[in-house]
Design a protein around this ligand. Sequence first.
Ligand code: UD1
Ligand code: CA
Length: 452
Amino acid sequence: MTNTYAIVLAAGQGTRMKSNLYKVLHPVCGKPMVEHVIDHIRDLDASRVVTIVGHGAEMVEKTLGRKSEYALQSEQLGTAHAVLQAETVLGDLDGTTLVVCGDTPLISSETMKALLTHHHETKAKATILTAIADDPTGYGRIIRAENGDVIKNVEHKDTTDEERSVKEINTGTYCFDNRVLFDTLKKVNNENAQGEYYLPDVLGILKSEGERISAYTTVNFHETLGVNDRVALAQAEKSMRLLLAEKHMRNGVTIIAPEQTVISADAKIGRDTILQPGVLIEGATTIGSNCVIGPNSHIQNSSIGNYSTIHSSVVRDSQVGNETAVGPFAHLRPDSQLGNHVKVGNFVEVKKSQLGDDSKVSHLSYIGDTEIGQNVNIGCGTITVNYDGKNKHKTEIQDNAFVGCNANLVAPVTVGKNAIVAAGSTITKNVPENSLAIARVRQENKEGYVKN
Ligand code: UD1
Ligand code: CA
């Protein structure tokens, strides 16, 4: 096998998006579109991946980090000019170069592999990935000879009436013999409707020079969508959402309403987990097997164990153990860790806190900057008073402690092992282990006070 290289075009502004965010950084299913492209390419074992950056270069490089090398296109003179900027990195190498646009997030690694295979089998110098579109408006059209051979691509704005009726389009993905690519790019001119150097012109030039070029037509038209505006962005989102849902369903996840379930591209979900309608899973979230994720739950960059339930709740940057129940209407804020068999119930907010195995905070509590041991019960309405207006302080509640309802634990404070805090107490001093703390005004009854 020859070496494979990849070039991703990501230097354009994306004028048609009408956005302050550079086009290729717009997220689809929670991940910037150019990152989808790069991640799909990473499945191909390409030995070098070069992203062409220009508009927003710094942000694009920051987003992709070390997943790619970069070449700068300081003026956006067209896609051929963009590819030419990779010459300093790839120009001297033998091999096959795949070129993909950073605004086609749905092109799968399988389709790219099929394109590469076709390219090698046909021994072509250049192969273009095409698709048949019901509405080809805006795409380049593939012009073929009567015998079916590809002659060239014509950009939408340069088409004659006859060419415009062609439904076979350029998807913006190609492979080339690497050296032939850089030699031919220098022959591309910008005499066209947009005054740009068009990459697909390379094919027409090679053909006219008698070289072998070929086309591989994918049946997966939905993969080839180029996102130029927000309407296409929503289409890409929908396609990817359904593709991801399908992948998880095939792996054994039940999704009650796939259309109303949003799962990020990087999420992992175990078998026999059920996602109920309105679930939103973002970032690199991992959910184990046999969980129930209830309606309208929002889980972001978190991990959930096995046999756990998240019911109509928000979980962000947190870890939840096995057989643990969260919600309904709970909020786990960043840096919270719940052990196994834990319960965090209705209207409970947890922030930067740990709850050990078998502990429960069942109703209406705020737990912040707190370390809770194992088998602790926190009564309804209990608040950890962690903020004095300037600084945050820690609360520690040790194993088997029992905190009665409506207690205030004014941090910094420790409730020792097996200790009991009486309901309604405002605790300002440490409670030693095995003791009962009562800190509330004694009740006084004024009999006969009410005169009838
Ligand atoms: C391009 C193709 C068109 C194809 C379509 C598929 C050309 C001339 N046209 O059109 O045949 O049907 O994609 O989606 O190639 N870019 C740069 N530098 C530039 C210009 C563009 O890096 O100077 C990048 C853009 O950021 C974008 C990609 O190249 O990611 C494609 O550019 P875009 O302007 O979207 O091309 P289309 O008009 O969609
Ligand atoms: Ca485009």
